[in-house]
Design a protein around this ligand. Structure first.
Ligand code: NAD
Length: 252
């Protein structure tokens, strides 16, 4: 782990009063969930366009059977536990080192690890909503897995269920809160995101236009490496955060 980058990150976090963390799929690969763009990612296997054409709100409305067949095969995550990185971020929030996490992930692992202020802007893959107007029933993964039909339906009204995740063509959740949180931070630490997915990448870009203290921890390049005060290139976010957190705890 390059110690100069770690030194600089510790220095920035130690003097920051409002650090916000942005996470992407890369923080969950260590928990066992592949990212989309990496070697085992679905975009590499099937092509980004094919995925976008199906994981799309219009496609869901037009042909729920096709959507659900694809979703069940590629998007139902295996049950996994939070990684070391998720747990350390929860600890950093408890200690007051970070104020919030804004995540693109839909795996619920930050919440499971104990983080409290989490804006999951792409939703939660462990929740399924009845789409029949006025019904509002919510189901979990076990219910959907046990449904005998490919297209799961509501046991109350028979309506079709939709994963509570933001499909292409839908608005993100917590738009204003997430943007305000990011742009109002004094230090922003991005972990495991290529920063290619909008609007989140746009919020980070907006932050980096006005402030210097952008930290990026990611394996490989991101779209905003040029704007970072410090970039740590690593495929082990758990070890990196552990070292950073230990150094901050000792410094207090
Ligand atoms: P991305 O796939 O664009 O970028 C992930 C980045 O993480 C890549 O640059 C990759 O090199 C890096 N990375 C992978 N493993 C890493 C590791 N161990 N340590 C450090 N870096 C690592 O992901 P994204 O920008 O988050 O966007 C993809 C979209 O896919 C998002 O909208 C998200 O909702 C969704 N997604 C979510 C999950 C999840 O919930 N776990 C998983 C896959 C995709």
């Amino acid at each position: 782990m390059p110690s100069s980058a770690i030194d600089r990150i510790v220095e920035l976090l130690a003097r920051s009063r409002n650090t916000v963390v942005v996470t992407g799929a890369g923080i969950s690969t260590e928990a066992g969930i592949p990212d989309f763009r990496g070697e085992n990612g679905i975009y590499r296997k099937l092509g980004e366009q094919k995925v976008m054409n199906i994981i799309n709100i219009e496609a869901f409305r037009r042909n729920p059977g096709l959507f659900w067949e694809f979703y069940r095969k590629y998007f139902m995550f295996p049950p996994v536990e939070p990684s070391k990185a998720h747990r350390i971020l929860a600890d950093m929030e408890k200690r007051g080192t970070i104020k919030a996490v804004v995540t693109q992930n839909i795996d619920n692992l930050h919440q499971k690890a104990g983080s409290r202020r989490v804006y999951a802007i792409h939703g939660n893959a462990d929740r399924f909503l009845c789409t029949r107007s006025g019904c509002r029933q919510v189901y979990n993964t076990a219910y959907v897995e046990n449904c005998p039909e490919v297209v799961p339906t509501c046991e109350e009204c028979g309506g079709i269920l939709k994963p509570d995740v933001v499909l292409f063509g839908e608005h993100i959740h917590h738009y204003l809160d997430a943007r305000d949180c990011i742009v109002g931070a004094t230090v922003l630490m991005v972990i495991g995101s290529s920063l290619t997915v909008y609007p989140l990448a746009g919020f980070v870009k907006e932050f980096s236009t006005f402030y210097q203290d952008l930290i990026i921890i990611n394996k490989g390049r991101t779209e905003l490496d040029h704007a970072a005060a410090v970039k740590l290139d690593t495929g082990n976010t758990g070890d990196a955060l552990e070292e950073i957190n230990n150094r901050l705890v000792q410094a207090i």
